[in-house]
Design a binder for this molecule. Sequence first.
Ligand code: KG4
Ligand code: ZN
Length: 355
Amino acid sequence: MFYLWCPIFVPKPVSNTKNYILAIESSCDDTSAAVLCNTKVLSNVVATQEIHKQYGGVVPELASRAHQQNIVPVVHQALAKANIDKKELSAIAFTRGPGLMGSLLVGTSFAKSLALGLDIPLIEVNHMEAHILAHFIDDEERTPPTFPFIGMTISGGHTQIVKVSDYFSMEVLGETLDDAVGEAFDKSAKLMGLPYPGGPLIDKYAKLGNENAYVFPKPKVDELNFSFSGLKTSILYFLQRETQKNPDFVAKNMNDICASVQYTILEILMEKLQLAVEQTGIKQIAIGGGVAANSGIRGRLADAETKLGWKTYVPKFEYCTDNAGMIGIVGYLKFKRGEFTDQSIAAKARYAIGS
Ligand code: KG4
Ligand code: ZN
């Protein structure tokens, strides 16, 4: 007869001494492992899966297979870089969701097995909460936001505005109804013949172009929600029209097209942020996600500091894109609260903040 053995951890009182958390992230196409000592990241290893480039987007089945190949070496490297033996670990934190199910399963089962083998607590982490709490990773060059603040996560998979009242008291104020903002960048870039991911290239060419050269319509979406699929369609029709007249249109006007596309996307983001500030009265804005690397959004936020009196926060780039460091900080915060999970935990492809 078989019994399902689920260890129940009696939380030990957390002392002020060093707690080492191993964190694992595998929600999409980056396999990442990090080791934290309390709020400090000792190592943050990310294996980015190059295989998706040739398909112009993430292929879920290939992503989960690549996670399987990467997970052991990535965890091994993270421990080696941190100079920590696995016997010294206090707990293991992992991304439970949201994300691609096949990808999440790899990190979840690995974390569960290792925690079981080492007989240490297991901590589940919501990836979207982690993007926001990445601001609390120890960083000598930055101070974290104070509560309450508005978090905006902008990446290839998500676009969300969240009111953050405390570490684990978050309310989603708005999110995308279709494509994520990173997808809007990447799909627009693809229409211009640029390789995946096109966001950084649009950013690069936009610096050399005129943002008012072409006008694209902004979607009318209620309240703090977003929609980007219509923008992609209008860019497609615009490019078809212009290339019919002049086959070299894209090549000749690449900088202006990129600048105009980026301008439209940033206008959409900034208008929603402004509305969030009006509705909540909160002027502290903390952004994260891969699109936070965009030089245009950084410039617009810097302007808002001087013109609108906002205080804005952008974490170090390695903590903006998908990484296990941000999973580890949530792991540490939950470790301090004694919030552990047992071996019956399952990955969750759809996992809303606060659910
Ligand atoms: O957070 P991330 O690494 O992965 C996801 O969770 O999706 O974000 C990747 C996204 C891609 O869509 C990429 O094009 C976009 O972030 N991105 C940028 C820039 N750097 C990365 N978009 C615009 N400008 C950039 N500089
Ligand atoms: Zn992400």
